[in-house]
Write a protein of this length. Structure first.
Length: 201
């Protein structure tokens, strides 16, 4: 039986880190967008044993339809495109808008917490053998540590991480001290085939 893999994407972090790694100053806003299914397929294909991608979970903030209808519409279009792949599930949390919006930008609230809860609870329920987390956010180290520390059962659950590898600087990847955590380092040559250059706005 192939090993079941679930890929967890902290989408805004994945997007911003791709822009930082591979884009020039002044690049259009869609530079850095990715197709979640294609990215997950790339990661899973690099496994050292037969693997099956069972789900791609994309975690992101959801714009408010009344406060920012343009961003809301773009988000809905993007989500609809991703969802054409039945393996992709988008998990969204409402953005938090500051009192002085639009002078200050809205912020994601609860996205990393939801990802962390799902990463750990799905491991406990045996919904994957390998969970791959793609993010540079160190706030997401605790769920990795929690899954690594789970009691060994007949089928050990493994954690892996993924990160973009810029051409001229070290990759920013999640690490756990004392744990040999496998990292899928993805170069610009990996990024281009999975990039989504659609202007959803």
């Amino acid at each position: 039986m192939p090993t079941r893999v679930v890929v967890f994407l902290d989408y805004q972090n994945v997007y911003r880190s791709a822009r930082r790694a591979f884009s020039q100053d002044g690049a259009p806003h869609w530079e850095g967008q990715i197709h979640p299914g294609r990215l997950a397929d790339l990661i899973v294909a690099r496994g050292r044993q037969p693997r099956q991608l069972v789900e791609v979970r994309v975690y992101r903030g959801q714009p408010d339809s009344s406060k920012d209808p343009k961003a809301y519409g773009a988000s809905q279009k993007q989500t609809a495109m991703w969802s054409r792949d039945p393996r992709v599930r988008v998990v969204s949390r409402p953005l938090r808008y500051p009192r002085d919006y639009p002078l200050s930008k809205p912020e994601e609230k609860g996205v990393d917490v939801q990802l962390a809860v799902d990463f750990v609870s799905m491991a406990i329920r045996g919904e994957y053998e390998v969970g791959v987390l793609m993010s540079e956010d160190t706030d997401l180290k605790p769920p990795l540590e929690a899954v690594v520390a789970l009691p060994i059962t007949s089928q050990k659950v493994h954690c892996e991480v993924a990160a973009w590898a810029p051409p001229a600087s070290p990759a920013r990847r999640l690490r756990i001290p004392g744990v040999n955590l496998w990292c899928h380092l993805l170069s610009e040559a990996d990024f281009r085939p999975v990039a989504d250059n659609t202007n959803y706005a």
